[in-house]
Design a protein around this ligand. Sequence first.
Ligand SMILES: Nc1nc2c(ncn2[C@@H]2O[C@H](COP(=O)(O)OP(=O)(O)O)[C@@H](O)[C@H]2O)c(=O)[nH]1
Ligand SMILES: [Mg+2]
Length: 392
Amino acid sequence: MPFGEIVCGSPGSGKSTYCQGKHQLFTALQRPIYIVNLDPANDNIPYPCAIDISELITLQEVMDEHGLGPNGGMLYCMEYLEKNFDWLEGKLGELGKEDGENGPADVYALFDLPGQVELSTNHESVKRIVDMLQSKCGFRLAAVHLCDAHYVTDAAKYISVLLLSLRTMLQLELPHINVLSKIDLIGNYGDLDFNLDFYTEVQDLTYLENSLSTSLSPRFQALNLAMISLIEDYNLVGFETLAVEDKSSMLHLTHAIDRATGYVFVPRPSNASSTHTSKNPQPEGTIDESHKPVSAQPNEYALFSSAAGPLKNTLMNMAGGGSAGTRFAEAKDVYDVRDVQERWLDAKDAWDAFEKREWRREGEKVRDEVARAKAMENEGGKSDPERGGGAK
Ligand SMILES: Nc1nc2c(ncn2[C@@H]2O[C@H](COP(=O)(O)OP(=O)(O)O)[C@@H](O)[C@H]2O)c(=O)[nH]1
Ligand SMILES: [Mg+2]
């Protein structure tokens, strides 16, 4: 069963960077992943692209041929893709056939969408493309909606991003994960009025009234209150956080997405034994369950990143040797938004310094290991009987 993510969000919210980060993470976890670029204006694609819409249509062509501007051109491109969905279906059908994979049935794909907000809020083409991915190609999808974390620094912007997230959720009708992206930059925008969990958990929004009434004309106060109560009535919006370069953050988000799509609950790909080749061996100490029926075997791709439950002690381990990480140094086993607050707001400098020390230590370790391996190789060469240097 193919699984995937519809990666959406405003221009510059970090969609392509997230796709690239996820590709790197999954490659490290030996979990296959394919990225489909559906943004015809994406010129510098930072990730290896399995399928690229620009093979079908480019924004520049459309603008030149039909005399359209960038926005109209983008809508045209999406309508064109909808009409030519067979092209996408054919390309998706080719995925996963190399490297002993199980073919398109077991593909995990990321769909990098264009940033025009109306595409995921009120234009119908993307919605119909998503529907066809599910009905024709059998994908189990989740929407991953990226919003720049900068929006939480201002009450009015925060309300607008809540409304945007709510509208996108209602439009796409998918299991939905809203994400405050670039959370590593949040400290640059000054102090927040509330702790981060107030924003991620969308707690009692009436607390925002004061800041809203000072930043806007009194005429709009009633409207603000009405919008706040609308968001609270639906009670649907919440946020995860993301800093692409931070492995714990990426793993935590992957965990949330795997639960939303249901990936953690499916058995592993039916030919997964073929992934344990000499090139891709089973990790040392793993219990070999290949004799059991596939349905009784754990989905190890998800296990590495997800099904194992909350990422126990990930950050605590990092904190073990340093002075940073006051919260993490306590015996705790859940990575939550308070950890994010400490990492990027309360103790950012201490954590940055700690990470730098860790990287240096890791670099030195690798250098020593390489030197040791070289020395052993040289010694082995000297004592090699075939070369005549060894004792007989
Ligand atoms: N500091 C930081 N910058 C990020 C992060 N994610 C994306 N960016 C930057 O945000 C900018 C826009 O990202 P991009 O992926 O092109 O956004 P897109 O238009 O949504 O695809 C780029 O300069 C990225 O380097 C992040 O997690 N942290
Ligand atoms: Mg992009």
